[in-house]
Design a protein around this ligand. Structure first.
Ligand SMILES: [Zn+2]
Length: 139
């Protein structure tokens, strides 16, 4: 027999999960195998058994909320980079190489590079990351 539970996390999100039985849930919970799909927390509690109906509006709402969270994280990341790293603009590839080969500075840099340039840097063993540059004025 399968039982569907509505699980609630301490972060406030809720999601559905199927279990073999109610003891199945307790077992997985004890083994810390049930994680929140939104924040990864193990503080997940089972709520009342959910009726077997997909709540569409609810899902759309959650997705939007999740997207907003991701956007906020990327925006925070952008702020962090702007505060702690040097903007080298179009010279990014050149600067990244000079830091890597000359060990000039330990300061992080950021700037623009094409996908081709980025893969060249990675091939040379230079650690670069591409992040979506979120527009501050958005939202
Ligand atoms: Zn959570």
């Amino acid at each position: 027999m399968m039982i569907k539970y509505n699980l609630i996390c301490k972060c406030g999100e809720s999601f559905e999960s199927w279990f073999l039985s109610s003891s199945g849930f307790d077992y997985l919970c004890r083994k810390k195998l049930i994680k929140c799909i939104y924040c990864g927390s193990l503080s997940v509690k089972k709520s009342v058994m959910a009726p077997n109906l997909p709540s569409k509006s609810n899902k759309v709402f959650k997705k939007t909320k999740l997207e907003k969270n991701i956007k906020k994280q990327l925006l925070d990341f952008r702020k962090y980079i702007e505060k702690n790293c040097k903007d080298v603009g179009e010279n990014f590839t050149q600067e990244a190489r000079s830091i890597h080969y000359d060990k000039k500075t330990s300061q992080g840099i950021y700037g623009k590079a094409t996908a081709e340039e980025t893969s060249e840097l990675l091939e040379e063993g230079i650690e670069v990351a591409t992040i979506p540059w979120i527009d501050k004025s958005e939202n």
